[in-house]
Write a protein that binds this ligand. Structure first.
Ligand code: ADP
Ligand code: MG
Length: 327
């Protein structure tokens, strides 16, 4: 069947700054306000004709849910909430804030478009080497005794964290497949704005013959959004974060902001290792490289408020395929 799409499709990955502006603004109401601000710019995109699928982070939110669970267990003996379920909870709550705000903006503009959040699982490889060296700290601090008890009783990996106490660490495996992909694709093709792969998706493994089970891990949200963009053949992969542009030699005297680079240049800069910080910008650049190498056309990194200007080519860092540059 011929492709029925009349509009271009964008995957927009929104970062932590779209939900929590700073340490003084972390309440649910503050997060709602931040979501309202970011979704305004996404509504602009939609008004300009884009079909949009939204991915988002959930690090602090999962941290809050886990902490409530731990405190409730300690104080009242309530059951604890497993990490994959915390991820599902966060997808629902964050999706709700984004979905309602976006619906309100679209309604105000007279745009008749549905918005829906899909609780999304992402398949990871149970043999992913990341499971051999869990590195992502989650949840609160413990003393050594409790850390050791949980290590034995619950199979947790625990580490001593820079003299501050003991913490649980989990693996950060690579995303292999968006489990609800067909649903997401059908919704996008039907003109629905979809919020999906929240927090990188709920990590699940195939325990055999396609039987999925949640696993205590964390998937990078930029990687998961990249996989989504590749899987639905998005025309644009836009990463909305706290910086208007990406820099070379970030934070150093010789820092230089980038307007437009090719995928080859991106790979070279990433390999040089000095430009993009490991836990923040490097995964975004890697996510974009994977998207472009899989046939993607155009990727942008910018802030929420600069999305419109970046789409007009006036700002942001644009990463394109090698050939496109000479045009
Ligand atoms: P998000 O929640 O959107 O994933 P991150 O904090 O993980 O945000 O990543 C964005 C941050 O990366 C920026 O706010 C900036 O401080 C940092 N960063 C690291 N290296 C660079 C770079 N080379 N250019 C621009 N920003 C960089
Ligand atoms: Mg990040």
């Amino acid at each position: 069947m011929p492709d029925q799409k009349t509009h271009k499709v964008a995957v927009v990955a929104i970062g932590g700054n779209s939900l929590i502006k700073n340490a003084e603004h972390q309440s649910v109401e503050d997060q709602y306000d931040a979501a309202r601000e970011t979704t305004r710019h996404i509504a602009d995109m939609i008004e300009a004709g884009w079909e949009v699928a939204i991915g988002h982070g959930n690090g602090p939110q999962v941290g809050f849910i886990l902490r409530r669970s731990e405190i409730a267990a300690r104080v009242e003996g309530m059951h604890e909430v497993p990490l994959d379920v915390c991820g599902a909870d966060s997808q629902g709550a964050i999706g709700y804030a984004l979905q309602q705000n976006l619906q309100n903006w679209l309604f105000q503009r007279g745009i008749h478009k549905d918005v829906a959040t899909v609780v999304t699982q992402v398949l990871v490889d149970r043999d992913d080497p990341a499971f051999q060296k869990p590195s992502k700290p989650i949840g609160g601090f413990m003393d050594e005794g409790e850390a050791r008890r949980r290590e034995t009783a619950m199979g947790w990996s625990v580490v001593e964290d820079a003299g501050r106490g003991w913490r649980r660490v989990v693996a950060s495996p690579l995303p292999k497949e968006v489990v609800e992909l067909d649903t997401v694709r059908a919704l996008v093709n039907a003109g629905v704005v979809v919020i999906t792969v929240g927090g990188g998706g709920i990590p699940v493994i195939d325990t055999g013959n396609g039987v999925y089970a949640g696993t205590a891990a964390v998937i990078d949200k930029d990687y998961a959004s990249s996989l989504l963009a590749q899987s639905i053949g998005a025309d644009l992969f836009l990463i909305s974060t706290a910086v208007e542009k990406v820099a070379l030699n970030y934070g150093k005297p010789e820092q230089r902001w980038l307007d437009r680079i090719t995928v080859s240049e991106a790979k070279r800069y990433l390999e040089e290792g000095t430009h993009f910080a490991k836990g923040s910008m490097a995964p975004k650049i890697q996510a974009i490289i994977w998207y472009l190498e899989a046939g993607g056309k155009h990727a942008i990194i910018t802030t929420p408020e600069n999305i419109g200007r970046a789409l007009r080519g006036d700002t942001g860092t644009h990463i394109v395929r090698d050939r496109a540059r000479r045009r």
